[in-house]
Design a protein around this ligand. Structure first.
Ligand SMILES: Nc1ncnc2c1ncn2[C@@H]1O[C@H](COP(=O)(O)OP(=O)(O)O)[C@@H](O)[C@H]1O
Ligand SMILES: [Mg+2]
Length: 616
């Protein structure tokens, strides 16, 4: 300590010589049992006494300033409590510097500092840790007690930290913040992780798309079949390497190479544009109306009750008509087709070979019949000939009395179906429906480009159709696998961008069927290696029930307090200190919480090696 006036004054007192004083001190120390030995020379600090406001999982550690390098935010520490128990803890606040024996804001300290004096009292560090658990036989179990005061604290080596955190995985996401080069990744072959589904949330600009690009690239490298429902067409250039200077610099800093993603295909709806017409493997596809469950259609088209009743009437009349016209069941394969109808589950699929135009024509005919007008010219090519038009007329005559009245409701239904018809994506003979065997081919990335549909309803029908198609094909594979005729199941990852537009809390009560479909896939996913990834900037709009199906989270910056509060209620396992950091995360930083990890980790996500299409 720099001498003060007080110590100078003491110097002037008649004291014994320093030699005499030292001698006395040694004798005194020996009387008390000799010089104090740190029990463990590797201890970096000690636990402090508790205070009235101490809480269960939180603890204060005191350490000499020279050891501050061991306690950066998120560092792991081992506490060997004096009662023999061993605890693992993580630094959640600090290290703070505090002068020995003085308060940091004491007059003496403040005044000398502002008056330009140099008064640097010796000081130590204090940091706050959260108890992760008690180490028992190499396992980390929930702590029943807390470390006693004055227990020695030790820091963990990088290797040990890696082992404790269980952060690594073949699908690399980035590096853990606060640690030296600890990789954060998702284990690719553990059924307990990805097939228990993932949510990637954060405000616009937080880094979601970059994370998704990494996830796609890494999942592909690990031989996943990846299907991306790319609402904005952002991922249609993933086959190219990034040219973004920020990403390139970031990659270099981590010793990573820029690269395009291998084996990508871009699919866009027939008649709609793609965001990347130059993609080397570009396909257009159409939707088959009959692969959609009529229940899904009713929900996604948001039919009112009056429209709903009319929809089912028309749907059933269309079935009758198709039977009479021998469109289905077909005469040549009558027995087989009848068999199909017996086993038909309309919660899964629609009536075989029914087109949207068939249904639309019947709705037109019903409207005209209720309106007592002439039957209009059918739009379906199948219904154009004289014989079919006669069949429609007969059917309408039979049914006229049973049709619900109210022409406006019929017109409204006609309008809604008309809107689905207009883009000409249903049953379009110029394009095939999606080939699900191709979509779930290992190592293949299918980018479903929905950027030009301009219709959330159509997007949602596509998503619903793909979920069903992939699930059915994977089910078939699974049965073969069970029987032993298939070696392994392809690992499938389905990424749903703008997930709040597909499943929203607001509409969920009106969409029990759709949610049921997602829930069914989610629940079966584990056995069948199907993993769903929901990406959204509006997680607060996702239905609460969905969170019950998601077990992994990548949380980018979220600054809306209400959203945070809501998420905090539904996402377990992320501790208070990490929630607090969420509003301040930089682009590319995220809290990663995976079922494989010991605790969630603040992660600095890798820059994307591949090209993301800029969208505004
Ligand atoms: N992991 C990252 N590393 C470096 N920069 C990033 C990272 N993630 C995001 N960024 C920066 O933030 C911007 C927005 O990221 P983006 O992934 O498009 O966010 P979001 O999809 O959430 O809107 C990027 O253009 C980039 O500049
Ligand atoms: Mg984005």
């Amino acid at each position: 300590m720099t001498p003060t006036n007080e110590t100078k004054a003491m110097d002037e007192l008649p004291l014994r010589s320093t030699a005499e004083f030292s001698q006395d001190l040694v004798e005194e120390v020996n009387k008390l049992g000799g010089e104090w030995q740190e029990e463990d020379p590797n201890a970096i600090g000690r636990t402090m006494f508790d205070l009235p406001h101490s809480t269960d999982d939180s603890l204060t550690i005191l350490l000499p300033d020279k050891n501050r390098e061991f306690v950066p935010s998120q560092a792991l520490l081992r506490i060997k409590s004096k009662d023999g128990r061993v605890y693992m803890a993580v630094v959640v606040a600090g290290p703070f510097a505090e002068p020995d024996g003085l308060r940091g804001d004491t007059n003496l300290v403040v005044t000398t500092t502002v008056r330009g004096g140099i008064f640097m009292p010796p000081y130590h560090c204090r940091c706050q840790v959260e108890l992760m658990g008690e180490e028992i036989n190499g396992q980390l179990l929930p702590p029943r007690f807390r470390p006693l005061p004055n227990s020695p604290v030790f820091s963990l080596s990088s290797t040990e930290t890696e082992e404790v955190l269980k952060a690594a995985g073949d699908i690399r996401l980035g590096l853990a913040a606060g640690h030296d080069r600890i990789e954060v990744g998702i284990p690719a072959d553990k059924k307990s992780v990805l097939p228990r589904h993932t949510g990637i949330f954060g405000t616009t600009g937080g880094g979601k798309s970059t994370t998704v690009a990494n996830l796609i690239a890494e999942a592909q490298r690990n031989n996943f079949a990846v299907i991306v429902l790319d609402v904005e067409g952002e991922y249609t250039r993933l086959n190219e390497r990034t040219t973004d200077p920020v990403m390139l610099a970031g990659l270099e800093g981590r010793g990573l190479q820029p690269h395009g993603v291998a084996n990508t295909s871009v699919y866009h709806l027939i008649g709609r544009d793609t965001a990347n017409p130059d993609h080397p493997d570009l396909h257009s596809f159409s939707l088959k109306f009959y692969t959609l469950s009529p229940y899904a259609l009713v929900e996604l088209a948001e039919l009112s009750e009056a429209q709903d009743t009319r929809f089912w009437k028309a749907y059933n009349l269309t079935k009758t008509l198709l039977r009479r016209l021998e469109i289905f069941p077909r005469k040549a394969v009558l027995n087989k087709d009848e068999e199909i109808l017996i086993n038909l589950d309309e919660f899964e699929v629609g009536y075989p070979l029914m087109t949207l135009n068939h249904l639309y024509d019947v709705v037109l005919a019903c409207t005209a019949t209720v309106d007592k007008g002439e039957l209009p010219q059918p739009v379906s090519p199948d219904f154009k000939n004289e014989q079919t038009r006669e069949a429609i007329k007969v059917l309408m005559n039979e049914q006229a009395a049973t049709l619900e009245k109210s022409i406006p409701s019929w017109r409204a239904l006609q309008g809604k179906l008309g809107r689905l018809r207009r883009p000409n994506v249903f049953d379009n003979p110029q394009a095939q429906a999606l080939n699900y065997s191709r979509l779930i081919k290992p190592g293949h990335v299918s980018l479903i480009d929905l950027s030009d549909t301009n219709s959330p309803v159509i997007n949602n029908l596509v998503i619903s159709d793909i979920l069903r198609g992939v699930q059915n094909r994977q089910d078939e594979y699974y049965q073969e696998y069970e029987k032993g005729s298939r070696e392994a199941l392809p690992k499938v990852m389905i990424i749903i961008e703008e997930a709040h537009e597909f499943l929203s809390e607001e509409r969920i009560s009106a969409m029990p069927f759709l949610f049921e479909q997602v829930a069914r896939i989610a629940k079966r996913g584990r056995k069948r290696w199907l993993s769903l990834v929901f990406v959204t900037q509006l997680p607060q709009h996702l239905p609460r029930q969905l969170f019950g199906l998601i077990n992994n989270y990548i949380l980018h910056k979220i600054n809306d307090e209400q959203t945070l509060g809501r998420l905090q209620k539904v996402i377990s396992g992320v501790d208070e200190s990490l929630w607090k950091r969420m509003p301040g995360l930089a682009p590319g930083q995220a809290v990663v919480s995976l079922t494989s990890m010991t605790r969630p980790l603040l992660t600095s996500i890798d820059p994307a090696p591949c090209k993301l299409r800029m969208i505004d």
